[in-house]
Design a protein around this ligand. Structure first.
Ligand code: ADP
Length: 636
């Protein structure tokens, strides 16, 4: 095999260029994190080697002491991070160090606003890991040889538009990254500084991070035999963090470990660390991130926990351990029972995994309810980022429906903002005597929902109504059906029945009025027979003359629009047209003898009712024509 000078220059993918630019500008105040990122990658590489060697021990070659070495040369102003992990082949180097595989990155970067561009945390979304070397270096050299392969690769770049790549002879497997430090970054070619960064960020790394011992003054020691021998020492504690007892661990250690497993730059919002003993033995450390990744809604993106078996890393993104609606959780699970050569396929079938999945799901839900009760401000943050995903829960995880329902938060007529902060439990606590239902209104957005005419009577009577405006909400209500024995009822569906909330006198009055307006109802029915299923008198309105209501079993208007906009066929159903007998327009209508005018008025009221609940008109021009005709008559 020849390894001569086939040096090639290749260009970075556009996204990498953008990201590098952004990163260097947004992370300058927190430069030191580059070391955490590079050590984190080196540790992953060692984990991968250990895993691949389970089925092919030859990969160890003659070098079985797995370690990460950090060396510096203050004279040359360089720093290197070297691991004897899995290494990379030429193609892997090109793919991993020249592109960003995450789909949607270009779009996301493009959409960042000026303010966000300054925000270091936005950068964290990409696992900028390796590229962070360019925060402190004006040239980065990577020498790597994949375990088991004979030829090594040298990659070099100054982090501008391109990189070079050429074959090299490398005796040891693994990766060595040399940073040629920028003139203002000499501080990182200093043993004391490096040690303190490593113990701050990388203490939890399970692989030893080794540095040369600082040479102490010889103190008159005449023994010079060891002068040439370089003494080394591990500068981290090198035990897997999750194996250590909870009481021993500091919050900062949990947070640093979080950054390692999640590739997030921000702190986690909360975590739960547990050791389970008994029939199945495993340890789990689960984290709730504080920010949703930009690709949370891309279902193709693999996600899941890091799986270890008896402390040996087995796989990333083991998605079998948590349901999809908890896909935002990061962390590790380390099992004592699974086989070391377990595969994704076997994971899917193993009944032990189902048991663990049930228990881990419960852990997450418990952690969230604890956060909701003990740290409501954190929970509000969580809800803002992940609430919509959690709303998928009741449908996906029927067994935990009640638990999830307690975690849901909604906007409500009790408050003036669209902040979703009302729990079903607090709604029930406030419920008026005689009210046996939980009422909600769904609309395309907060303003539309909250100004719906359907809310008029509820406002008048001071009955709280949940205001729903997420696309998933109406569907969610159908999954939940009830909470705490109280049916969840849309105020825009079916006949209004306030049960005991209406007094006997009110009910008698309503019957009487219905009788009085029987004629009018029949006449209106005749005009609207093509458009509506039924016409009736209502008491749900106080200010509007009329509204549309869906049948009890029909799909709500919001859900209908959501499905239609997604191109789905929705069964046709006609609404019920309800009129407010207290409204002067309706009263006038009852006396109108001119059939043309009567028809026009009814059609206008019908179209208005449709508009008021966010619908669109089939024939808007006809509506405008009729309305103008009526306005003209008014001014004559
Ligand atoms: P991330 O670690 O989030 O995947 P990075 O940009 O840090 O992103 O690294 C990209 C990829 O490059 C890694 O996923 C890994 O496959 C490879 N890589 C980085 N550093 C090393 C290393 N020291 N040894 C082997 N592979 C590495």
């Amino acid at each position: 095999m020849t390894t001569d000078t086939q040096k090639e220059t290749l260009g970075f993918q556009t996204e990498v260029k953008q990201l590098l630019h952004l990163m260097i500008h947004s992370l300058y105040s927190n430069k030191e994190i580059f070391l955490r990122e590079l050590i984190s990658n080196a540790s992953d590489a060692v984990d991968k080697l250990r895993f691949e060697a389970l089925s092919n021990s030859a990969l160890f070659e003659s070098d079985t002491e797995l370690a990460i070495r950090v060396n510096f040369d203050s004279a040359a102003n360089t720093l290197s991070i070297t691991d004897n992990g899995i290494g990379m082949s030429r193609q892997e180097v090109i793919d991993n160090l020249g592109t960003i595989a995450k789909s949607g990155t270009a779009q996301f970067l493009h959409n960042l606003t000026g303010d966000q561009k300054k925000d270091a945390n936005m950068i964290g979304q990409f696992g900028v890991g390796f590229y962070s070397g360019f925060i402190v270096a004006d040239k980065v050299t990577v020498k790597t040889r994949r375990a088991g392969e004979t030829e090594g690769v040298c990659w070099e770049s100054s982090g501008e538009g391109d990189f070079t790549i050429e074959p090299v002879e490398l005796e040891s497997r693994g990766t060595s990254i040399t940073l040629h430090l920028k003139p203002d970054c000499t501080e990182f070619a200093d043993g004391f500084r490096l040690r303190s960064i490593i113990s701050k960020y990388s203490d939890h790394i399970a692989v030893p991070v080794i540095m040369q011992k600082d040479k102490l003054p010889a103190e008159g020691d005449a023994d010079t035999n060891n002068d040439d021998e370089i003494e080394e020492e591990a500068v981290n504690s090198a035990t897997a963090l999750w194996t250590r007892p909870r009481a021993e661990l500091k919050n900062e250690e949990y947070q640093e470990f979080y950054k390692h497993v999640s590739h997030d730059f921000e702190d986690a919002l909360s975590w739960s660390h547990n050791k389970v003993e008994g029939k199945l033995e495993y340890t789990s450390l689960l984290y709730v991130p504080s920010r949703a990744p930009f690709d949370l809604w891309n279902r193709e993106v693999p996600r899941g926990l890091k799986l270890y078996v008896q402390r040996v890393f087995i796989m990333d993104e083991a998605e079998q351990f948590l349901p999809l609606y908890l896909r935002f959780i990061k962390g590790v699970v380390d099992s004592n029972d699974l086989s070391l050569n377990i595969s994704r396929e076997i994971l899917q079938k193993d009944p032990a995994i189902d048991t663990m999945r049930g228990a881990l799901t419960k852990r997450v839900l418990d952690m969230l309810s604890k956060m909701a009760s003990k740290k409501p401000e954190d929970y509000a943050k969580f809800w803002k980022e992940f609430g919509q995903v959690l709303k998928e829960g009741p449908a996906e995880d029927y067994a935990n429906k009640e638990k999830i329902a307690k975690l849901l938060r909604f906007a409500s007529t009790q408050q003036d903002s669209e902040e979703q902060s009302v729990a079903l439990e607090s709604y029930v606590e406030r419920i008026a005597e005689g009210q046996d239902k939980i009422y909600y209104i769904a609309g395309d957005n907060y303003t539309a929902a909250k100004s719906s005419p359907h809310l008029e009577i509820f406002r008048k009577k001071g009955i709280e109504v949940l205001v729903l405006f997420d696309r998933i909400d109406e569907w969610l209500m159908q999954q939940l059906m009830e909470f705490d024995g109280k049916q969840l009822v849309s105020v825009a569906k079916g006949a209004l029945n306030l049960g005991d909330l209406d007094s006997e006198d009110e009910k008698k009055d309503q019957d009487k009025v219905a009788e009085e307006y029987k004629d009018l109802v029949e006449r209106v029915q005749e005009v609207l027979k093509e458009q509506v299923d039924q016409v009736r008198i209502t008491h749900r309105l106080t200010d509007s003359p009329a509204c549309l209501v869906a049948g009890e079993a029909d799909m709500g208007a919001q859900m209908r629009r959501v499905l239609e906009s997604a191109g789905q066929q929705v069964p046709d159903s006609k609404p019920i047209f309800e009129m407010n007998p207290e409204h002067p327009l309706v009263q006038k209508l009852a006396e109108e003898s001119d059939m043309d005018r009567f028809n026009d008025l009814i059609s206008v009221l019908f179209d208005q009712a449709n508009l008021a609940e966010g619908g669109s008109l089939k024939d808007p021009a006809a509506y405008v024509l009729r309305l103008n005709k009526l306005l003209l008559e008014l001014s004559n």
